[in-house]
Design a protein around this ligand. Structure first.
Ligand SMILES: [Zn+2]
Ligand SMILES: [Zn+2]
Length: 373
């Protein structure tokens, strides 16, 4: 095994310019386009590899110190040291080995659609009808892309390779580059009789309806993954996946926070003072709740386990009913008289207000609901 210096035919103290010159000279002579044959190709690889190591000051230093480019002393720089020459090799060959024709059959794309559901459906789960435009395999040609009874023909330009060689000028002189065949667009075959239904694509766009099972507990942003229900691939290829992102609509009465639901209950001042029982419409039907005598505005009545279920099963959140005590705004003379009498009985005729400290009930409520103060 000769050293990289020997391979390039330069001395150990050769300058970067000398190394480059030596490499160009050898590369011109040994380039596989100029000089085909396995021996020459191997030599070219060795020369290219030697140049890659010696033209990189860091690699060269490692090589000079240890005798191989991996930095392991005593490794001897065996014949398997071509691992790292990909960069420069591909630079000259435009991707190295020819890749052969591309297949018309490919996997379809994944698709993402949104499903807007009611809050009630998020609480209880539902079956949602997705109406989406997608790609489906052409039923006329079954994805073959050809009119029934016909088949693709080998491309006469690239002879089925999907690629053609084209000469280009480079600093190594004239070289051949490999390009996708424009006659067959790289497929290696042409379609003399493309399917009329799908224009030779093997698939068509169509509106389809799908029934989607939405589990209880979903929230806005929850994604449901339906494997193999995305767009059908070209040329009869398998379908990609379908992702459905849930959007839960705002509800007029209930606001969701995690798995709890919040609602505001407006009751008259008298009911708050005297206490009462009343019925509320919830997602679980009519529920009876008790308003204790002396209830204050912003007091909360908790209906345990009437919130949103956990997505993966388990306990439900709660329904929290925030009481809002309504002060009468229009009162007649008799009501005024009664209220004045009440105020008098309670020594409140000249009641003074006082400012509450911050952190009182309103701040706490706002914090709880996630609003900014
Ligand atoms: Zn077709
Ligand atoms: Zn072709």
């Amino acid at each position: 095994m000769s050293s990289h210096y020997e391979t390039l035919g330069v001395t150990r103290d050769a300058s970067a310019e000398e190394i480059k010159k030596a490499y160009r000279k050898l590369a011109r002579k040994l380039h596989p386009d100029v000089n085909p044959g396995q021996d020459v190709a191997d030599q070219f690889k060795a020369v290219t590899h030697a140049y890659e190591v010696l033209s990189d000051p860091q690699k060269r230093q490692v090589y000079d110190t240890t005798g191989n480019e991996n930095g392991t002393a005593g490794g001897g720089g065996g014949g398997g040291g071509f691992g790292g020459f990909g960069d420069i090799f591909e630079q000259f060959f435009g991707g190295g080995q020819a890749q052969g024709p591309a297949s018309r059959t490919q996997r379809g794309r994944d698709a993402l659609v949104t499903a807007s559901i009611e809050l009630k459906d998020a609480v209880q789960g539902t079956v949602y009808t997705l109406d989406i435009e997608t790609a489906v395999t052409c039923t006329v040609c079954n994805g073959s892309c050809c009119q029934p009874g016909t088949s693709p023909e080998t491309c006469t330009i690239c002879h089925g390779q999907g690629q053609v060689q084209r000469p280009v000028r480079s600093f190594l002189g004239q070289m051949m580059t490999v390009e996708t065949c424009s006659a067959c667009r790289g497929f290696g075959t042409t379609l003399p009789n493309p399917c009329n239904e799908c224009m030779g694509q093997g698939r068509v766009r169509e509106r389809v309806s799908k029934q989607l099972k939405v589990p209880a507990g979903v929230a806005t942003g929850t994604r449901i993954h339906l494997a193999g229900q995305g767009e059908a691939g070209p040329g009869g290829g398998p379908a990609g996946d379908l992702y459905v992102e849930i959007n839960v609509k705002r509800h007029a009465v209930f606001e969701r926070e995690g798995n709890d639901l919040h609602a505001t209950l407006r009751i008259p001042m008298t009911a708050a003072a005297l206490g009462t029982e009343l019925k509320l419409d919830t997602f679980d039907g009519e529920q009876e709740i008790r308003i204790e005598a002396g209830t204050q505005s912003s007091d909360t009545v908790k209906l345990s386990q009437l919130g949103v279920p956990r997505l993966r099963g388990g306990a439900r959140g709660d329904l929290l009913v925030h009481v809002h005590v309504e002060t009468p705004t229009k009162i007649d003379a008799e009501q005024r008289e009664l209220l004045e009498r009440l105020a008098s009985l309670r020594d409140e005729e000249f009641a003074e207000g006082r400012l509450a400290e911050r952190g009182g009930v309103f701040s706490r409520l706002r914090d709880k609901l996630g609003h900014r103060a």
